[in-house]
Design a protein around this ligand. Structure first.
Ligand SMILES: [Fe+2]
Ligand SMILES: [Fe+2]
Length: 189
């Protein structure tokens, strides 16, 4: 099924958000090519385009949806409801006909997970480095893409995220730490 044509983006999306959606979709394809990962561009593009489909819901709506649909969510996601836009978005897209790989990628796009596979890692990285993100300049982006593997790129992104969290007085996420340990093992570090 062509998810691209089946979901109306009919909620109040800012131009900035739309540019982010397109940025993730296009960057996902670029990363797939850069690391020669052989994932399907036809599946990556709509996943990037819709990964934040629930991002503009307020906390109350996200918590209500997660409860009503009995979604498996973590304590840290419940404690910081904005994080619920990932599992809620995944549930919506599963209903709209996205396949398991796409749904897992959306499910884990914010914190990362060992469960999401290479396809999910592409979306995770694309979400962080797409061109409208202002915390990176072109030099930072080029440097990140010099990492030799998608796993190493994920680790660099998590490390940057940790630095940012530390500098703004926040703790690293539990799921992010588990994902980082998994990547270390994958790379034999
Ligand atoms: Fe997101
Ligand atoms: Fe995003």
């Amino acid at each position: 099924m062509n998810v691209n044509n089946s979901i109306a983006i009919d909620f109040n999306l800012s131009a900035k958000r739309l540019a982010h959606f397109r940025g993730v979709a296009e960057t996902a394809i670029a990363i797939n090519k850069r690391y020669d990962l052989h994932c399907s561009d036809e599946k990556l593009y709509p996943t990037g385009l819709y990964h934040d489909i629930a991002r503009e819901w307020d906390s109350e709506a996200l918590v209500r949806y997660a409860r009503e649909h009995n979604l498996a969510v973590s304590e840290e996601e419940m404690a910081h409801p904005v994080l619920l836009h990932a599992p809620v978005g995944a549930a919506i897209l599963a209903q709209a006909g996205m396949d398991g790989q796409q749904v897992l990628a959306v499910r884990h796009h914010t914190l990362g997970s060992s469960e999401m596979g290479t396809f999910g890692q592409i979306i995770f990285c694309a979400d962080y480095i797409e061109p409208t993100r202002t915390y990176l300049d072109d030099t930072d982006r080029a440097r990140l893409l010099e990492e030799e593997t998608i796993e190493a790129l994920c680790m660099k992104i998590i490390e940057r995220e940790w630095r940012w969290r530390r500098d703004s007085g926040r703790e690293a996420s539990l799921a992010g730490r588990a994902f980082y340990r998994y990547l270390e093992e994958e790379l034999g570090r």
